[in-house]
Design a protein around this ligand. Structure first.
Ligand SMILES: [Zn+2]
Length: 107
């Protein structure tokens, strides 16, 4: 299902989804069947299964399979010496040594 949402409604929807997921997970932990959870929350059983699967993926990371958040890097050439650099901000355009030199030069 693909829909476009405004940021605000998307956030609200995400919160509601997470609340339902938390309820479903708690009920499953209490020993309710997926059908019972479905009836209780008024959500179709496929959705419950997806919730539980998502939760399982989040709570039980497998060794070596843990997704690492990658910092976004920007590839630049240093403005001073033209060295290839990877920087965390698009506003950084000089390599470390040149930035050090530039700071020194500005004093
Ligand atoms: Zn440089």
């Amino acid at each position: 299902m693909i829909r476009l949402h405004r940021t605000s409604s998307k956030t609200a929807q995400t919160e509601a989804r997470e609340a339902r997921m938390a309820s479903a997970v708690a009920m499953r932990r209490d020993g309710l069947t997926q059908q019972q959870i479905s009836d209780e929350l008024g959500i179709c059983i496929e959705t419950i299964q997806r919730y539980l699967k998502d939760h399982k993926g989040k709570s039980g990371p497998q060794p070596g399979a843990e997704p690492k958040p990658k910092p976004r890097m920007f590839r630049r050439h240093c403005l001073c010496c033209n060295t290839k650099i990877s920087v965390e901000s698009p506003y950084l355009r000089m390599c470390g040594p040149c930035r050090g030199n530039a700071r020194g030069a500005m004093l």
